[in-house]
Ligand binder design. Structure first.
Ligand SMILES: [Zn+2]
Length: 476
């Protein structure tokens, strides 16, 4: 069992649809939070997110992003949170962790998926995080600590980066655990805050239609994980899971009728996905899923899906196709299966077929993120560089802050021979992952190639913006 860490949890000042550009935020006249303004909150959040991405391996998997985004939105609708726009960051780490940071940043480790047994348990952790946000626990702490925003931000970043990289065993990990412990001790919320987050989190869970016992089940799951962990269970510092906490959660659940388990299939498919992607080798994943299909499986369809994915990762598209066939036959419209089917075409270099399926999919579901990402990827892979560059240029106008899309755009611009385009897209990519020196370098290269005064002015403005971001980091 790997390290267990149920994160340092912060809250945000909930605001009505805070979507404005961070340079041009309206003054919403927030007086209740006093010390940290909304602008500051948003600025700190984005600064945090970029620094976090620069130091921690994150996942670009479009299916996981789509699934977790949808789950968060669903829970947020049943929480008292006013601002329901999140920045979701998925960390590739086997440890159990989730966190919320100022500015509506939600972080989820892939390990959270593998340590939960159903969607209700996963939702219980996320609902707890949302409650810290809606109750402005972060702002309240800052009020107590007298303008500690920047040290707080630095401590948060340090502890989360250590937590994310702390799944490795050995001396370094042990040392990091001590540092993480020190940082976490500062970040710990009061017992009252935790009780409030538990209470509201369970209410959100129930209102969203989940089994009320999912929260107490999850706490028990964490205790079990802690018991078998070789590393000190850091989550006990921020989230002491005691018998009384479990008893409280169970007592609250008892007031509601026990729900039949909702349809968990999509959860189990995504759980299989994480397990296949984080397996040591694709062959190891093939063995695991085949073993489940021959013995015990939490969800036969999910094991079958995992097997198809593992074969595809092992570059055996024919076997993948055969493994997926019964699932597609059962539910030909399930999007997760349709994407798998397309991924198998891509692995088999059947690009025309994949493109046809994606075009047809995008006609009915133009905003389905996995179709968009795959379409961009396959255009590039099949040598359609101009079309790919055009498609991605449109896409980054709709989704401005997705580092992976900018990364793809830089690649395809390069293949299409658009050198200024490479520099500009790379600059945006480096900004979003917090590597400002490289972003500045890319913008300077783009400036040298600029052919119009308008373009030059735009690039210079962008350069000043990045230089300011870098100065902010140095101050923090
Ligand atoms: Zn908490």
């Amino acid at each position: 069992m790997r390290a267990v860490f149920f994160g340092a949890i912060l809250s945000v000042i909930a605001t009505p649809n805070l979507q404005a550009d961070e340079f041009n935020l309206p003054d919403l006249g927030d007086t209740t939070s006093g010390i940290v303004s909304l602008q500051e909150e948003r600025r700190l959040g984005q600064m945090f997110l970029r620094s976090y991405r620069s130091q921690v391996p994150t996942s670009n998997d479009p299916l996981l992003h789509h699934y977790l985004d949808a789950l968060l939105s669903k829970l947020a609708q049943h929480s008292p949170l006013i601002n329901r726009n999140f920045d979701l960051v998925i960390t590739q780490s086997a440890s159990l962790n989730a966190f919320a940071a100022p500015g509506n940043i939600i972080g989820v480790n892939t390990g959270l998926m593998t340590h939960t047994q159903n969607e209700g348990q996963l939702a219980s952790v996320l609902a707890h995080e949302l409650a810290h946000l809606s109750q402005r626990h972060y702002a309240r702490r800052l009020e107590q600590q007298q303008n500690m925003a920047l040290p707080f931000y630095t401590a948060l970043l340090a502890s989360l980066v250590i937590a994310a990289s702390g799944s490795a065993d050995g001396g370094l990990a042990a040392m990091s655990a001590t540092q993480a412990a020190a940082a976490n001790a500062q970040l710990k919320f009061s017992r009252q805050n935790e009780q409030e987050a538990d209470r509201l989190g369970i209410q959100t869970l129930i209102d969203a239609g989940y089994d009320p016992y999912a929260a107490s089940d999850m706490f028990e799951q964490m205790l079990r994980a802690a018991r078998y962990s070789r590393r000190p269970p850091e989550f006990l510092l921020t989230h002491p899971v005691t018998e009384s906490r479990i008893a409280d959660a169970r007592a609250r659940a008892m007031r509601y009728p026990k729900k039949l388990a909702p349809n968990n299939l999509e959860f189990h498919l995504m759980r299989s996905r994480v397990r296949a992607l984080q397996a040591e080798t694709p062959q190891r994943a093939i063995d695991v899923f085949q073993g489940e299909l021959n013995g015990n499986s939490m969800s036969v369809d999910a094991s079958q899906y995992g097997l198809a994915l593992a074969y595809n990762l092992a570059s055996q598209p024919q076997k993948a196709h055969k493994a997926l066939a019964p699932l597609l036959q059962k539910e030909p419209e399930r999007l997760t299966y349709r994407v798998m089917d397309i991924d198998i075409d891509i692995a088999a270099e059947q690009y025309d077929q994949a493109i046809e399926k994606l075009r047809s999919g995008l006609r009915t579901l133009p905003n389905y993120y996995p179709f968009n990402v795959r379409y961009a990827e396959v255009l590039m892979q099949s040598g359609r560089y101009q079309t790919g560059a055009h498609f991605l240029t449109q896409l980054v106008r709709q989704i401005k802050d997705d580092p992976y899309l900018w990364y793809l755009l830089a690649e395809v611009n390069g293949l299409a021979g658009d050198v200024p385009g490479v520099h500009e897209a790379r600059a945006e990519y480096f900004i979003l992952i917090g590597v400002y020196d490289k972003a500045i370098l890319q913008l300077r290269n783009a400036l040298k190639l600029s052919e119009s005064s308008y373009q030059t002015a735009l690039l210079q403005e962008r350069l000043r913006y990045v230089e300011k971001l870098r100065a902010d980091i140095d101050r923090g």
